[in-house]
Design a protein around this ligand. Structure first.
Ligand code: C2E
Ligand code: MG
Ligand code: MG
Length: 466
C-alpha cells in the first residue's frame, strides 16, 4: 500500500512538474512568436540602415493621418528632403562614409521633428517628414531649421564631411488630398528648387507641376527620337576673319518633336539627366562624320562636334569615335570635338588623360563657351587644348568690359599656342574689332546661320567651287 501511494505521489509530482514545464514552454513560445512578429513588422516597416520608417510604413501612416485630418478639417505639411552633395561623398569617401552620413542625418531629423511616426527614409539620400497641423509659414521655418541641422559638419572615422539639403514642401489639403500625389508634389518642388539653387526650401505651385510634366513629355519623346527619325544636324560655318571664307563647320543638333521644333538648350540637359545622351551623342557623331566625309570631296574642312561632359567621360567614348571615323572614312584631323567648360567641374586627371588620348589620334579638342563657367587660363595650359571658343555673351558686350577679356585671351593664346574662335558675331563692327584683336576664327549670324543639309550643299558649291 505504502509503495503504491508513494509511487502515485511521485507520479502526481512529475505530472505537475511537466505541466509547469509545458506552461513555461508555451509562455516562451508565445513570447518568441510575439518577438518574431515584432521583428517581421520592424523588418517590413523600417529602413535597416537608419531605423526610420520605410516607404510602405510611412505611406500607410500618412494616409491614416490624412483621413483623420480630413475629419477635423486641419492642415498638414509634407517636406521632401534631399541631401546636397551626398553622391560626391559616396563616390569619393566610399559607401561606409555615406552610410554614416545617412545615419547621422536620420538622427538629426528625429531630434528636430519629434514625432517619428511621420518621418521616413524615402530612398537613397531622401527623407520625408509629415507635419500635422502645420501651415506654410511654419513648414518653411522648420524646413530651414532642418537644413541648418543637416548642414552641420559630420566627423566620420577619418574625415570631416559636410552635406547640404534641399527641401520641397506640399500642403494638405491646399495642394492635394491624396497621399501619393502629395508626396509627388513635394518631390517636384524639391527637384525644381535643386535645379535653381540648392540648400533652400521651396513650396510647391502649379507652374512647377506644368514644368515637370513638360520635362517628362520631352524625356519620353526624346527616348524615341532616334528611332522615329526626328533628329537632324544643321551646320554653321566658322570663317576666317580675313576674307570670311569657311574654315570649318559646327554640327548643331535639331529635334522636330511633332509640330514643335525643340531647341538643343531645352533638350540636351534632359538627355543628360535621364541617361539618353550617350545614344544621342553616338548618333550625332556618326551623322556628323558621314556628312563631313561627303564635303571633303569639295574641300578638306573639319567638322566640329559638341560633346556632352557625360559622353566625354564615358569609357566607351574613344572607341565610339574611332568607329565613327573608320565607318565614315573621315580623317581624324578633320574632326574637332567641342567640350563645354562644365567638364572642369569633374575629375581633371581623367579629363587630361582623355584629352590626350583623343589628341593622339589627331583629333582636335576645343573648349566651348569659354568664360561662362569653371575654366581658367591656367587650367587651359595644363590641359593643352587646341582651340578656345569665347562665349557669345562676351562678343555681345565687346564695347564694354569684354574687350579687355578678349584681349587677355588672345594674349594667352599666343603664349600657350591655342586658336581662338569668337562665337555669336552678329555685326560688321564686331567682326572688325575681333579681326583687329587677332581672333583666329569667327562664327555667327553675321556670316551665316546654321544651314540645313541642302543649304549646306549650296553654300559649299558657291564658296568652294564657284
Ligand atoms: P554652342 O555649341 O555654343 O553652339 C552655338 C550656338 O549659338 C548655336 O545654338 C548657334 O545656333 C548659336 N549661334 C551661332 N551664332 C549665333 C549668333 O550670331 N547669335 C546668336 N544669338 N546665336 C548664335 P543652338 O544650335 O541653339 O545650340 C545651343 C547649344 O546646344 C550649343 O551651344 C551646344 O552647347 C548645344 N548643342 C547643340 N548641338 C549639340 C549636340 O549635338 N550635342 C551636344 N552635347 N550639345 C549640343
Ligand atoms: Mg559648340
Ligand atoms: Mg558655344
Amino acid at each position: 500500500m505504502l509503495a503504491i501511494s508513494s509511487k502515485s505521489a511521485a507520479f502526481t509530482q512529475h505530472a505537475i512538474a511537466l505541466k509547469n514545464e509545458n506552461a513555461a514552454l508555451v509562455d516562451h513560445m508565445e513570447q518568441e512568436v510575439e518577438e518574431r512578429t515584432q521583428r517581421i513588422y520592424e523588418l517590413s516597416n523600417t529602413d535597416p540602415l537608419t531605423g526610420l520608417y520605410n516607404r510602405t510604413a510611412f505611406s500607410k501612416n500618412l494616409s491614416k493621418s490624412l483621413a483623420e485630418l480630413t475629419k477635423s478639417g486641419e492642415e498638414l505639411a509634407l517636406l521632401f528632403i534631399d541631401l546636397d552633395g551626398f553622391k560626391k561623398i559616396n563616390d569619393t569617401f566610399g559607401h561606409e562614409a555615406g552610410d554614416q552620413i545617412l545615419k547621422a542625418s536620420a538622427h538629426r531629423l528625429q531630434s528636430i521633428t519629434r514625432d517619428s511616426n511621420l518621418l521616413c527614409r524615402w530612398g537613397g539620400d531622401e527623407f520625408l517628414v509629415a507635419l500635422e497641423r502645420t501651415d506654410r509659414e511654419a513648414a518653411i521655418h522648420l524646413g530651414r531649421e532642418i537644413i541648418d541641422a543637416l548642414s552641420l559638419e559630420h566627423k566620420t572615422d577619418d574625415a570631416k564631411l559636410s552635406v547640404g539639403a534641399t527641401i520641397g514642401v506640399a500642403l494638405f489639403p491646399i495642394h492635394e488630398t491624396c497621399e501619393s500625389k502629395l508626396i509627388q508634389h513635394a518631390d517636384t518642388a524639391m527637384y525644381y528648387q535643386k535645379k535653381s539653387k540648392g540648400s533652400s526650401v521651396c513650396v510647391f505651385n502649379e507652374e512647377m507641376e506644368a514644368e515637370h510634366l513638360r520635362e517628362l513629355k520631352l524625356k519620353n519623346g526624346l527616348a524615341k527620337a532616334i528611332e522615329k527619325e526626328q533628329l537632324r544636324l544643321v551646320f554653321q560655318p566658322i570663317v576666317s576673319p580675313k576674307d570670311g571664307a569657311p574654315v570649318s563647320f559646327e554640327a548643331l543638333l535639331r529635334w522636330q518633336f511633332g509640330d514643335e521644333n525643340i531647341p538643343p538648350d531645352q533638350f540636351i540637359g534632359i538627355a543628360e539627366q535621364y541617361g539618353l545622351i550617350l545614344d544621342i551623342g553616338d548618333w550625332v557623331m556618326v551623322q556628323a562624320c558621314h556628312t563631313a566625309a561627303e564635303w571633303q570631296r569639295s574641300k578638306p574642312l573639319p567638322v566640329c562636334v559638341n560633346v556632352s561632359v557625360i559622353q566625354f567621360q564615358d569609357d566607351g567614348f574613344p572607341g565610339m569615335v574611332d568607329r565613327a571615323l573608320s565607318e565614315s572614312g573621315l580623317a581624324p584631323d578633320c574632326l574637332h570635338l567641342e567640350i563645354t567648360e562644365s567638364v572642369f567641374a569633374s575629375d581633371v586627371k581623367l579629363l587630361r588623360k582623355r584629352i590626350k588620348a583623343i589628341q593622339q589620334r589627331g583629333i582636335h579638342v576645343s573648349i566651348d563657351d569659354f568664360g561662362t563657367g569653371y575654366s581658367s587660363l591656367s587650367v587651359m595650359q595644363d590641359l593643352a587644348v587646341d582651340t578656345v571658343k569665347i562665349d557669345r555673351s562676351f562678343i555681345n558686350n565687346l564695347e564694354g568690359s569684354s574687350y579687355a577679356i578678349v584681349t587677355a585671351v588672345i594674349h594667352a593664346a599666343s603664349i600657350m599656342k591655342f586658336d581662338v574662335v569668337a562665337e555669336g558675331v552678329e555685326t560688321q563692327a564686331q567682326r572688325e574689332t575681333l579681326a583687329k584683336l587677332g581672333v583666329h576664327k569667327l562664327q555667327g549670324f553675321y556670316f551665316s546661320k546654321p544651314l540645313e543639309i541642302d543649304a549646306l550643299a549650296m553654300y559649299l558649291d558657291e564658296r568652294l567651287l564657284g
